[in-house]
Design a binder for this molecule. Sequence first.
Ligand code: C2E
Ligand code: MG
Ligand code: MG
Ligand code: MG
Length: 287
Amino acid sequence: DAKRSGRGRCVVYASPLGEASRRMHTVEQALREGLEQHQFELHFQPKVDAVSLQAMGVEALMRWEHPVLGSVSPGEFIPAAERSGLIRELGALALQQACFAARELPGLSVAVNVSPLQLMEPGFVESVERVLVRTGIGPSLLHLEVTESLMLEDPQAALRRLHALRELGVQVALDDFGTGFSSLSYLRAFPFHTLKIDRSFVRSLTEHADARAIVNTIVRMAGVLGMRTVAEGIETERELAVVRAIRCDEVQGYLVARPMPLARLQDWLAGRPLTGPIDDVDSRITP
Ligand code: C2E
Ligand code: MG
Ligand code: MG
Ligand code: MG
């Protein structure tokens, strides 16, 4: 195929669209079978307090290991699941697995990503309520992460949904903040519990003073609106130092830990000191 024959060969240009859409089709078809055969599994990535580095919660991230395709990334299969409608089933699975995992993780919140299609489907709020009852976890320990794309089609209906979820007691986070266009108006329309600052912003923090000023302003504004802030995708000590300096509440990223299966997460949690004195932490992160 084109990949194996190497970059720069003319075969690469033969039918780039055709190849992409063939792959999309393959993935969509494999999804249904994958669901039936339990090929999907949640991994969990810790979110820690920016200052003490104490674990506050985890984000549940879906993983798919296909017997032939190998591991397919969420960036590929989530859009495919959305196109084929299977996102409802996949989403329900994520919600359920995450709430069962929460029972094994006392004191930690568990955040689940929810696609607009899933969130807007009739009966979604009731399904969340049922899972909470069945698993017995405190509603405030369940966090749902949504993106601004939720507001594209019918913002009023989306806001009603979010309010209904709030009334259940679950927390709602705005994911990938800073990648959309109309962020500010949504923040005024709905009181999210948490703002997750996208890692593209985090990446530019250490290089550009203006990015630092923007994120600093976002964090201040979130504070005024009573929202917590999480910096996504922290990979370096330097990035950690910068987001701490602008007083982000929590951080998440490869520097702290990668997403991992539940059993490994439990080992990770058990193997680290609960809270180090802040001085210790400082000496660890200051270059
Ligand atoms: P997201 O919700 O913004 O999740 C964060 C993504 O950043 C995850 O990618 C995570 O593995 C990755 N990440 C975390 N720390 C770092 C870091 O330090 N550096 C870098 N480069 N990346 C980091 P992942 O797991 O590939 O998921 C991608 C996206 O797929 C997620 O973005 C989310 O939008 C979606 N997704 C994943 N699982 C689910 C799910 O169960 N349901 C839905 N609807 N969407 C999901
Ligand atoms: Mg997320
Ligand atoms: Mg994100
Ligand atoms: Mg994302």
